[in-house]
Design a binder for this molecule. Structure first.
Ligand code: ATP
Length: 413
């Protein structure tokens, strides 16, 4: 027997899983009011995750998302919910509404995470466990290396990340899929095989099938190096940001002249944009050279009376269209509405011209920032702009961008 086949024959024990979970905490006490969420598709990886997590703690709750993209998806999702219940796991089925055409994979993933986040909040989960494993990690790093990614990309899938109101935790990243299956078999537990997992139309599937053991090792090696490099860069970035950046609660920043560099700008552009992607290096260098401009829907311009460097704020043209008022609604991917005590049919939309028409002009916020702040509109009339304390007392928005500027995943190497 080779060392690989020996490894794949090893069952994952409760102690081993608990040891994996420990550095990924802190974990709430094991109580009904604070369960840990589990994202379970019904495939081998997430069923093994559910099995291991249930042995780790009593209070877990599984979410099975039915994307409705295949005829069998509804019955498979029901079957999975039933299987989880048999394993003593509380399980909820989340059925997604139909998708608009185009970019189906991307839309499905985004809608799945949005539904999972909402379900976690409803169930009182601060953390959601996801079942990506060591082979997923190797394939991801390999594909990124082919695209000449830098240390951020080559550090691979994050073991811990923040998504809006929850933490996404991936405890299986050091475990092979073979061991997950061995563990399920040993427990006599069934799982589903998703046909798209063998469809060679997808680049990931091709690499999953074609990567040789030495190539996988090489990917793991590349990843470990990239994580170390990333940690050094992160430490330097954190120090620079602390020194040179002022963050304002209206979602804009000022960056001093001495702090203008690719790393700082890239992190700040992502922060202010509310998105999860960083801009390309070339685009950031171009922006630095110009001294002003727009990237990722964020404007950079000389700070003027706000400092000796530059300020970055949301570009008015880039803000989202109106969104119906409801408790917890997120507008522009950046602002979450607290409370929803407004007339039926009210909407969240940018202040726009209303920012300058009223007496709400403020010297301490750039006028261009004011225009991009959210207000509550009804029948074309601004009925509340909570940022200025004008309107229902309970109303307000909180910054909803869950992505930290630095320090993502610092402890996991
Ligand atoms: N339908 C689903 N319901 C609940 N959880 C799911 C579902 N699909 C995937 N997941 C969760 O996400 C994990 C990764 O699944 P998969 O690799 O198929 O997703 P993906 O779209 O490729 O995700 P990513 O783009 O993050 O790699 C699963 O192991 C599971 O934890």
């Amino acid at each position: 027997m080779t060392s690989e086949s020996l490894d794949s024959a090893r069952i994952i024990g409760a102690g081993e899983f608990a040891a994996l979970m420990m550095p990924l905490g802190s974990w709430p006490p094991d109580m009904e009011a604070a369960p840990v969420g589990l994202a379970v598709s019904g495939g081998a990886d997430s069923m093994a995750l559910a099995f291991l997590a249930r042995r780790w703690r009593r209070n877990v709750v599984a979410f099975v998302v039915d994307h409705g993209l295949r005829p069998a998806s509804a019955s498979e999702a029901c079957l999975t919910v039933g299987r989880l219940k048999q394993m003593g796991i509380k399980a909820h089925l989340l059925k997604l509404p139909p998708f608009a055409r185009g970019r189906i994979q991307e839309r499905a993933r985004e809608a799945r995470f949005a539904a999972l986040e909402d379900a976690c909040v409803t169930e009182g989960c601060l953390d959601l466990l996801i079942a990506h494993h060591a082979a997923d990690q190797e394939e991801t790093v390999w594909m990124r290396s082919l695209r000449a990614s830098g240390p951020a990309g080559l550090s691979g899938i994050k073991a811990v990340s923040i998504r809006g109101r929850i933490r996404i935790v991936r405890p299986l990243l050091s475990l092979s899929p073979q061991r997950l299956r061995t563990t399920l078999r040993a427990g006599g537990l069934p799982w589903l095989e998703d046909p798209s997992n063998t469809n060679r139309r997808f680049e990931r599937v091709r690499w999953r099938q074609d990567l040789t053991p030495p190539q996988r090792q090489q990917a793991a090696f590349l990843q470990a190096g990239a994580v170390k490099e990333r940690l050094c860069l992160e430490a330097r970035l954190a120090a620079d940001l602390a020194c040179y950046v002022t963050w304002y609660p209206e979602g804009w920043v000022s960056l001093e002249r001495d702090g203008v560099c690719e790393e700082s700008l890239s992190a700040l552009l992502r922060l202010v944009s509310g998105g999860s992607y960083r801009p390309s290096r070339e685009a950031v260098h171009q922006l630095i050279k110009q001294g002003h401009g727009t990237l990722l829907g964020v404007r950079m311009r000389p700070a003027g009376r706000f400092g000796n460097g530059v300020i970055l704020f949301r570009e008015e043209r880039a803000v989202s269209g109106p969104v119906r008022v409801r408790a917890g609604a997120v507008w522009d991917g950046r602002w979450r509405l607290l409370g929803a005590d407004y007339p039926q049919g009210s909407e969240i939309a940018a202040l726009g011209d209303a920012a300058s028409r009223s007496d709400r002009q403020r010297r301490d916020i750039p006028a261009a920032v004011l225009r991009t702040l959210p207000g509550i509109w009804h029948d074309g009339r601004l009925i509340s702009c909570p940022h200025f304390g004008n309107g229902p007392e309970v109303a307000g928005f909180v910054w909803a961008v869950g992505v930290p500027v630095t320090g993502e995943n610092p402890q996991i190497v």
